[in-house]
Every structure is written in C-alpha cells, then in structure tokens.
Ligand binder design. Sequence first.
Ligand code: SAH
Length: 202
Amino acid sequence: MNNERMIQTQILARGVSSPLVLNAMRQVDRSSFILPDNLFEAYSDSPLPIGSGQTISQPFIVAYMTEQLRLSPGMKVLEIGTGSGYQSAILSKCGVELFTVETVRSLAENAKRRLESLGYTGIHFKTGSGYDGWEENAPYDRIMVTCAPETVPHTLIRQLSPESGIMIIPVGYGMQVLKRITRNQSSCREEDLMHVRFVPMR
Ligand code: SAH
C-alpha cells in the first residue's frame, strides 16, 4: 500500500471526485502524520491512534468531509480538532487560509511543529476550546469540526459567514450523524450526510 493506492481504492472507488480534494490528498502523504509504531499501517482504511487517546481519521472520511465542505481557494476556514494535523494539511493544500483549534496542548504543539517542518504556511494554530471557536478572525466561509459535540455549538454557528457559510460537523453521543449546516443570514439549513464515529468534543 502507498498513498496513491490508498486514494484509488478507498477514496476514488467510493465516489469522492472533486479535483481540488483529490489533488490535495495526493500532495499530502498520510505516513507523515502517523506515530512510528503504527507506520506499517499508515495507509490503512481506518482511524489510528495519535497519542493522548485521540485518533487520526480514516482517509475516506477526511476526503469525504473535505469534499462536502465545497471549498474554493482563498476561503477562510476554521477547523476544530487539529489532532495530528493531517486534515489541516489537506485543507491547506486546497488553497484556503486555515485557522485550527486543538484543546490538547501537546497535540497542538506537535501538529504545529510537524506542519511547519513540512513547509506549510498560511495555517494559524490555537490551543483552546473549540466550543469558543476563534472569535478574532470570524466570520469563516467554512467550518470543519473533527470531534463530536452532543449538539451543534451556537458559538460556531455565529462565527459562520451569514453569506452561504457551510459547516461540516459530527453530532451526537456514541453513534453520531455527520451534518452539513448551511447558513443564510439568520436561517440555517441542516442536512444529515452519514453515520460516523468521532472522538467526543470535550
Ligand atoms: N483532524 C484530526 C483528527 C482529530 S481527532 C486529524 O486529522 O488528525 C479529534 C481531535 O479533537 C483530538 O485531537 C481532540 O483532542 C480534539 N478535541 C476534542 N475536544 C475538543 C475541543 N473541545 N476543542 C478543540 N479540540 C478538541
């Protein structure tokens, strides 16, 4: 298995077709975000441990969520749950300005160090609670949440652009539903995309 085989068999074969997303997946090697002990399964079709009881998401889920976000280069994007930084790298390679928030300090610091050493620019890191979003730079054209709250945090909706802002977020306890929330002025449209299982948002 290698990164390209992973993309062919797990991502293209399951219907992700956005050239922007596929190009980003090709430019980021998942093995750069995996702990040494797990390197032999760097391209496996599953989440993997990244320390502190957290996980890097399944590659398909990363690609699918990124596609469902309907990105265009130049957009301002907020990510909640930096984790390993893999999803951050994919978003960054889609050409957006990224603001990423992680609650576990050691994960945030490792991700920052890793992404900077890989040459990423235009990513802003913050250690803090995702429930607060990142007020100073709001509103965001897009918000991606990669940990699951029990309900959609109002603060994040408020930080979403009222001009067709889109948020992708897993919601629920145990079995979760991945939702796409589209904001237009004061109204929000909510769509259920699929069942997922993320670590809880704490
Ligand atoms: N996107 C990550 C996957 C991260 S797993 C990747 O590609 O590797 C979810 C992450 O959300 C974990 O790192 C966890 O520490 C973080 N998290 C959990 N609750 C949070 C909160 N309230 N605010 C910010 N991050 C949170």
